[in-house]
Design a protein around this ligand. Structure first.
Ligand SMILES: CC(C)(COP(=O)(O)OP(=O)(O)OC[C@H]1O[C@@H](n2cnc3c(N)ncnc32)[C@H](O)[C@@H]1OP(=O)(O)O)[C@@H](O)C(=O)NCCC(=O)NCCS
Length: 155
C-alpha cells in the first residue's frame, strides 16, 4: 500500500485502535445509523478476518474502508468518506486499495450489501464491476430497507 503523501492527495494505511476516535467523526457524519466505537474496537482487536484502512488527508482521517477476508472471499463491511471530502475520488481510492489488499491475501471474489436507495455507493461499486446478484429483504433495521447483494470477480 502506498504510504506517500503529496500536496492535496490523501494517503492510505491500515487503521489502528488509536484512529478510532477520528474514524468515529467520519462514521457519525457519513451515516444516519453509525457503528459504535465498540464495534470498531471489536473489529480491530477480536476479528481476525477483518482488515481496515483509513484515508488520511493532511493528518486528518477523512475516510475508511473495511473487509472480512474468509478463505478466498472478501466481504466489504463498510466504506465511508467524510461529507466534507466526498466527491474527490477518495471512496474510489479506498475501494482500489482494499481490492488490492484482498487480492494480495488470496481473495478471488468480493461481495457487499448496499441500501437499495444508496445510488451513489451503487455507482461506485458498479465502476469496479460489482453487479447486483440478490436482495436481502428488510436488511436494515432502522427503516426496514432492503439491501442489494453485489458481487465482483477479482481474478
Ligand atoms: C459512497 C461514498 C463512500 C463515495 O465516496 P466519495 O469519495 O464521495 O466518492 P468518489 O468521489 O470516489 O466517487 C466515485 C464514484 O462513486 C459514484 N458517486 C459518488 N458520489 C456520488 C453521488 N453523489 N451521486 C452519484 N454517484 C456518486 C460515482 O460513480 C463516482 O464516480 P464518477 O465521479 O467518476 O462518476 C460516500 O459518498 C459516502 O461516504 N457516503 C456515505 C456512506 C455510505 O453510504 N457508504 C456506503 C455504504 S454501503
Amino acid at each position: 500500500m502506498a504510504e506517500k503523501q503529496s500536496m492535496n492527495k490523501p494517503y492510505f494505511r491500515f487503521m489502528t485502535v488509536h484512529d478510532i476516535p477520528h474514524v468515529m467523526e467520519v462514521e457519525n457524519a457519513a451515516f444516519t445509523v453509525p457503528w459504535s466505537e465498540d464495534a470498531f474496537y471489536n473489529e480491530l482487536l477480536n476479528n481476525h478476518f477483518a482488515k481496515y484502512i483509513v484515508a488520511v488527508d493532511e493528518e486528518r482521517i477523512v475516510g475508511y474502508c473495511g473487509v472480512w477476508l474468509i478463505v478466498d472471499e472478501a466481504h466489504i463491511t463498510n466504506v465511508a468518506v467524510h461529507p466534507d471530502y466526498q466527491g474527490k475520488k477518495i471512496g474510489k481510492q479506498l475501494m482500489q486499495e482494499i481490492i488490492e489488499i484482498s487480492k494480495h491475501l488470496s481473495a478471488v471474489r468480493m461481495t457487499l450489501e448496499v441500501r437499495v436507495s444508496n445510488h451513489a455507493a451503487q455507482r461506485l461499486y458498479q465502476s469496479f464491476g460489482f453487479e447486483i446478484q440478490g436482495v436481502r429483504k428488510q436488511y436494515y433495521s432502522d427503516n426496514k430497507e432492503d439491501a442489494y447483494i453485489m458481487w465482483v470477480n477479482l481474478s
